[in-house]
Design a protein around this ligand. Structure first.
Ligand code: NAI
Length: 243
């Protein structure tokens, strides 16, 4: 059996990615969630309805110890298994002008979006290298490329993950492990539910927000054998706002 781990898989873009990977690639999906087990179970039943398999794996990506413990315990119970696909999707925003930004809003955004990437990727990398096949896909953001007023913390974290993506890709390419990022613009999810969609969509040449499914198709392609020669890349998915 082949295994894929999606962080923050209980809802939104993460849920769509879980379902798409199961459908397209037939991987057994490890659905990471932090607190909402009911939502994570809903993702699992959608995977099952699509004919796939999966299981829940609870940990907080921002907590190094919690993450290491959960991944170790899983590995001990699944000794021969290799997680070949890792999608670092878990993310949060704490928007506000930099001038007024609280320490905790800076730190929590860094801890989840940037340190979360480190905490999850580090323990999974060595098995992928020994396996001589792996796919790491980081969900970043338009903000991490172009910058956004009110998101200095988030843009800094996502920008750092973009640089980490390019650097790690160069370190591990020889072992057939690719590392890429996808950078969504406005996607309909809980993260964007309080935005003024009617106004903001005017900024988008395609004149609408994207859907989690559209992002999931891109991730699924990058995770597949078909994308074997793509690494260190950041793929925009933003309806034409920026490229
Ligand atoms: P969402 O808020 O619905 O989903 C985020 C997921 O991450 C949730 O399942 C949440 O529980 C999980 N999560 C947050 N902190 C976590 C932690 N410490 N440990 C484990 N899981 C944690 O939002 P959405 O839109 O689905 O976001 C998914 C990714 O896409 C995020 O990385 C976000 O930054 C990125 N993104 C979203 C855009 C959008 O317009 N919705 C645009 C650009 C990037």
């Amino acid at each position: 059996m082949n295994y894929a781990l999606v962080t923050g898989g209980s809802r939104g873009i993460g849920r769509a990615i879980c379902i798409q990977l199961a459908k397209d690639l037939g991987y057994h999906i490890l659905i990471n969630f932090r607190g909402n087990e009911t939502a994570a179970n809903e993702t699992l039943s959608e995977i099952n309805s699509a004919g796939g398999t999966g299981e829940l794996l609870q940990f907080d990506v921002s907590n190094a110890e919690d993450t290491a413990k959960a991944l170790q315990a899983w590995q001990e119970n699944n000794k021969e298994a290799v997680i070949e696909i890792l999608v670092n999707n878990a993310g949060i925003t704490k928007d506000g002008l930099f001038m007024w930004m609280k320490d905790e809003d800076w730190n929590s955004v860094m801890d989840t979006n940037l340190n979360g990437f480190f905490n999850v990727t580090k323990p999974l990398l060595q098995p992928m290298l020994l396996n001589r096949f792996g796919r790491i896909i980081n969900v970043v953001s338009l903000s991490g490329l172009k910058g956004t007023a009110g998101q200095v913390n988030y843009a800094a974290a996502k920008g750092a993950v973009i640089s980490a993506t390019k650097s790690l890709a160069q370190e591990v390419a020889k072992r057939n492990v690719t590392v890429n990022a996808v950078a969504p613009g406005f996607i309909t999810s809980d993260m964007t539910k309080d935005l003024d969609e009617k106004e903001l969509k005017k900024l988008v040449p395609l004149n609408r927000f994207g859907t989690p499914d559209e992002v999931a198709h891109l991730v699924s392609f990058l995770a597949s054998e078909k994308a074997a020669y793509i690494t260190g890349e950041v793929v925009n998915i933003n309806g034409g706002i920026y490229g």
